[in-house]
Ligand binder design. Structure first.
Ligand SMILES: Cc1cc2nc3c(=O)[nH]c(=O)nc-3n(C[C@H](O)[C@H](O)[C@H](O)COP(=O)(O)OP(=O)(O)OC[C@H]3O[C@@H](n4cnc5c(N)ncnc54)[C@H](O)[C@@H]3O)c2cc1C
Length: 449
């Protein structure tokens, strides 16, 4: 070994020993709950577009599709591996009726909701009755994929929105994370369709988490349950350690008896708290095991039910409630008030799941249908943000009605149109006229009244 090789070998050995000593020190320390400073880093901008939609539930997909149909370049970010939100990840498979409560059964909902139903009908993936439509939501996933690709929307699946870069109250870019690491998307207008309003919160829009949130449910697809399973659960629940609760289910079309079961609630959960969400996911699945055990013990000849599917997300009903330019009230909904800036119509009654007992408290409408105004989706505090989905501005009672998918799908469509109009007219979202949104929605096939 010559002198140079000797010196560099020795230096390497010393460096190696130091690193080893440091590693040993780390191992000897008790990990502490302080905070860690991350090094500033450059984040690559992977997409620059007109409209970026966060959250790819049906609301978000419909928003993206309408924006694209209006000529916008659109990106769509979804944290699950498929689009559809609660309908697919939560396996909630009921879309309510598209007609009014009046004698003439006037159609009040059309647009993309009706289009998707028609496509699924061709596949035998929908049953319907007077209340609405029962979907095979696995088929819905594929239908939504097709819609996204057909409209040349740039999709980001398995991608979580994590933060925003703001300039004053304007959103410049959003940060996303996926297998490629942390990246950014720049857009002119953003649509928050995350349900929880993750971007709206970061953008500084006022919100509250109400006392007595409607509790979440873990839905499950099960075959072979006894017909009287809901009664059996009620009768035997105490023996199995289940508290009183309200239950419902729906059949999956063309499935020879597979049921979507929504038989429990996970009480006392704020699903925007990560620890509570983790605990609720586990508790919800445990509840499914427990009521299946009731069938195993008391189901008679139906004592071998088969669990076919659990959701990839807890069924979340309510989290943050945002305030926008107008807050829809229970009175508006129950009295079926008409709005000049209406962008959606609905008939689903006020249905509030009790936070302690899970029982449903229905309040019937005093008219044929209610409306959702555009001003519940827009805030003067945020020039380039549109709200869509269950996070629109509604009080507790109004929320109990508007929260169903056939209503929220329409908010998605309106959000997409509004965002595209803002881009093409170089306007802020609050400057967009509701009249223009309504006219364009009508042209695209929505029912505008
Ligand atoms: C158990 C249960 C039963 C229900 N029953 C019915 C029913 O029978 N009929 C009916 O119409 N409605 C029903 N509802 C209500 C309805 O399903 C929801 O209110 C509705 O789906 C909400 O739509 P949304 O688009 O606002 O949110 P979601 O459908 O939840 O969509 C939000 C999307 O955003 C994504 N997302 C969230 N955060 C991020 C993030 N940070 N980054 C990226 N993506 C993100 C989510 O993964 C999701 O795909 C039920 C709800 C529950 C929980």
């Amino acid at each position: 070994m010559n002198r140079r090789t000797f010196l560099s070998t020795t230096a390497l050995a010393v460096t190696g020993m130091r690193a080893l000593a440091q590693e040993t020190m780390v191992l000897q320390q008790t990990p502490s709950l302080d905070s860690i400073e991350e090094k500033p880093r450059k984040v690559p901008v992977v997409k620059a577009c007109d409209v970026c939609v966060l959250g790819g539930g049906c609301t978000g997909v419909f928003a993206a599709v309408r924006a694209a149909q209006m000529g916008a370049r659109v990106a769509l970010v979804e944290k699950q591996n498929a689009f559809g939100g609660m309908a697919t990840a939560g396996i909630v498979n009921v879309w309510h009726k598209l007609i009014s409560n009046s004698q003439d059964r006037k159609q009040i909902i059309g647009g993309l909701t009706e289009q998707v139903i028609k496509k699924l009908e061709l596949l035998g993936a929908v049953n319907s009755d007077a209340h609405g439509f029962y979907l095979n939501t696995e088929e819905l996933k594929i239908e939504l994929d097709a819609l996204v690709l057909e409209h040349k929307i740039t999709p980001y699946l398995n991608t979580v929105y994590v933060g925003a870069q703001l300039q004053h109250n304007q959103i410049n870019a959003v940060f996303i994370e996926n297998k490629n690491g942390r990246q950014a998307i720049r857009a002119k207008v953003f649509i928050d369709a995350t349900g929880d309003g993750d971007l709206a919160m970061h953008a500084g829009l006022p919100f509250e988490i109400r006392d007595g949130l409607q509790p979440p449910t873990t839905c499950a697809k099960i075959i072979g349950l006894p017909k009287n399973i809901r009664k059996l659960i009620d009768v035997h629940r105490e023996e199995f350690g289940l508290v009183p609760d309200a239950t419902w289910d729906a059949e999956i079309p063309s499935s020879s008896g597979v049921k979507m079961c929504a038989y429990r609630h996970v009480f006392d959960t704020v699903a925007t708290d990560a620890d509570q969400l983790t605990a609720a996911e586990i508790e919800g699945r445990r509840q499914v095991r427990v009521y299946m055990n009731i069938a195993r013990k008391y189901g008679g000849e139906f004592n071998k039910p088969c669990l076919l599917d659990l959701p990839s997300s807890l069924g979340i009903r309510e989290t943050r409630s945002f305030s926008a330019n107008y807050t829809l009230t229970g009175e508006d909904v129950l009295a079926c008030r008409r709005f000049e800036d209406a962008i959606a119509n609905g008939t689903y009654p006020v249905d509030i799941h009790d936070p302690k007992t899970g029982t449903y408290k229905f309040q019937r409408l005093k008219g044929d249908f209610y409306q959702i105004p555009f001003s519940t989706m827009v805030s003067d505090k945020s020039p380039n943000l549109v709200l869509a989905g269950r996070m629109i501005s509604a009080d507790r009672v109004a929320f109990g009605a508007v929260r169903v998918m056939v209503n929220l799908n329409q908010t998605g469509e309106a959000a997409g149109v509004a965002a595209a109009l803002a881009v093409s007219g170089s306007k802020t979202v609050p400057q967009i006229s509701a009249k223009a949104v309504r006219e364009n929605l009508a042209k695209l096939g929505a029912v505008i009244i």
